[in-house]
Write a new protein. Structure first.
Ligand SMILES: [Zn+2]
Length: 550
């Protein structure tokens, strides 16, 4: 937004206060640029695993920006660039291959390396397919563009020619930004060696306006050149621009107006700084609007596609609805680190906040606080399908984990009915969509428990008194009284909860000691889910029988 005092009116100042979420601010900044047709980009190199951290800058943020622009009536093109023309320089952890077999391909482009897994055309194809096959489920629908194909089709030919003709200017900018010392006569271009097929081992020493002369002697610590020497036309995929030029060339070719990237690219001397200068000074275009995007940490660790410690989009679908990932990404400003915690019940907070946003969105009340309006707005960006008229049924994630553990043998459909009957959800009748939604969350909770949950969330309902159980006389007596009270009549949660306190008071038993005794007997643990509803869900006869034997 323009900041020169004169045209900075009060109205604009007030408008600033009206932003509820960061997407609106970005949209407003883009509108100031008076561009009619927008091109929104994300990009990724398929050298290793794509994780949900990549999804933030390269898929989700571009998707939200595209949506906001479209909703404002702009013509928008959303592209995802797959940088499969990049060279292969390491084998990521977490992929089992014969290393020696693959190391000989180091230095070739990712499309020319065999697939690490059978059934895929090549290295890039294998890793790309894992991502692309999941996009639909997240409601992300970019045009997919392969760099390799774009170069082969000649899309980059003009950009390459410009770079070679202005090699001296490029060199100056490159050295200025990177504090580098590229020598005079340096040409920033990577020719694919016609003899050995490697792309990172060639260097160009001459350009005659039509052809370049290259030598395959640019040895790397991971790849050796074959010493081939030849003249070639650097077009139609015979050569590639190095990353610092490939990126702005891509902006130039497609007329990119928005693209974010991980914040490491935005460091001083990084590829954002050089890219923006190259675009302006070499290609003569205005750089796109960019937002430095922070990392996403999982359990305090940065995800890395080459280290194998990743949560892929597919992994996400095992434990949470895709809307929750979108919700998380839309909630946090890109400049904020997301510290996602999958191995503690803090993970429930995300699900809870999503459910809360849903309730607020469907709440018809007119006066909403700023926070409520933010949540409702973020909820909209999280949606993949059309939002229904009526609020869908909500099954709290935490409760879902309790119930699936309470009835480990029962089919999910049956569990959904029990949840309804026992009053865990506020819904008179369940539609088939409601049931589907509940079964889905139950399945996700089950998967989460199996793969990620910490021990303190897991439990097994006991069918006999745990061995070695040690209770005081008062604890025993309290459980016996609960057992006989349970048999006396039908209870509701609140009544039963109050009864626990009456019994404790009567016996002079500490409440904490009472609850511990109950969980010791029911779960062989010191803690557990809320006791009164838990007992009623388990069935009071079953609990009474067990407590009676304590
Ligand atoms: Zn070679």
């Amino acid at each position: 937004m323009s900041n020169n005092g004169n045209n900075h009116t009060n109205k604009e100042n007030n408008k600033e206060l009206d932003y509820y979420i960061w997407i609106e601010k970005a949209l407003d900044d883009l509108k100031q640029k008076n561009i009619k047709r927008h091109v929104v980009h994300g990009g990724w190199t398929p050298s290793g695993f794509f994780h949900i951290g990549n999804a933030r800058a390269e898929l989700m943020i571009p998707t939200f920006i595209s949506k906001s622009l479209k909703d404002e009536g702009f013509e928008v093109k959303h592209n995802l660039i797959i940088d499969d023309f990049d060279d292969f320089d390491k084998i990521p952890k977490g992929i089992k291959v014969n290393e020696a077999e693959f190391e000989k391909h180091f230095g070739k482009c990712l499309r020319d390396v065999p697939s690490p897994v059978e059934g895929y055309a090549n290295w890039a194809d294998y890793f790309s397919k894992q991502v692309l096959s999941a996009l639909d489920e997240f409601g992300v629908k970019p045009n997919i563009l392969s760099s390799y194909d774009c170069y082969k089709q000649g899309l980059y030919d003009e950009a390459i020619k410009i770079v070679l003709n202005k090699a001296e200017e490029v060199r100056k900018i490159w050295n200025e930004v990177t504090s580098g010392d590229k020598p005079k006569g340096w040409y920033p271009i990577m020719v694919v060696c016609e003899k050995c097929g490697k792309i990172s081992t060639t260097k160009v020493r001459e350009w005659n306006g039509q052809e370049v002369e290259y030598l395959c002697t640019n040895h790397r610590n991971y790849a050796e050149g074959c010493r081939h020497k030849a003249w070639v036309r650097p077009e139609k995929g015979r050569a590639k621009l190095p990353w610092r030029l490939h990126w702005p060339a891509t902006w130039f070719i497609h007329g990119v107006t928005f693209e974010t990237a991980g914040k490491d690219h935005f460091a001083a001397g990084g590829s954002v700084e050089s890219g923006r200068r190259f675009l302006k000074e070499i290609f003569g275009k205005e750089p796109p609007y960019q937002i430095p995007t922070e990392f996403l940490l999982v359990d305090d660790a940065k995800l890395s596609g080459s280290s194998g410690n990743v949560i892929s989009l597919r992994d996400w679908l095992d434990f949470a609805e895709p809307e929750l990932l979108r919700f998380m990404m839309a909630s946090y400003k890109p400049q904020t680190v997301i510290n996602f915690d999958l191995h503690s019940n803090k993970f429930f907070l995300l699900a809870d906040r999503y459910d809360e946003a849903e309730r607020i969105y469907f709440d018809k009340k007119e006066e909403k606080s700023k926070r409520e309006r933010q949540l409702a707005e973020i909820y909209k960006y999280a949606q993949i399908r059309e939002i229904p008229e009526k609020m869908p049924v909500q099954l709290n994630y935490n409760i879902a984990t309790v119930i699936v553990q309470t009835f480990p043998e029962k089919p999910l459909g049956e569990i959904a009915s029990i949840i309804h009957e026992k009053g865990w959800i506020a819904r008179k009748t369940l539609t088939s969509q409601d049931k589907q939604r509940m079964e889905k969350r139950l399945q996700l909770a089950k998967n989460w428990l199996e793969r990620y949950a910490p021990e303190d969330v897991k439990f097994v309902v006991q069918d006999k008194i745990p061995r070695g159980l040690q209770l005081s006389d008062r604890q025993r007596e309290a459980l016996h009284i609960v057992a006989s009270r349970l048999n006396e009549k039908e209870w509701d949660q609140k009544e039963l909860f109050n009864e626990f306190y009456i019994i404790c008071q009567h016996l002079g038993l500490n409440n904490t000691d009472f609850f511990r005794a109950a969980y010791n007997v029911l779960l062989d643990k010191d803690r557990g889910p809320k006791l009164a509803p838990f007992i009623l869900t388990l069935g009071k006869e079953r609990v009474a029988a067990l407590f009676g034997k304590a």
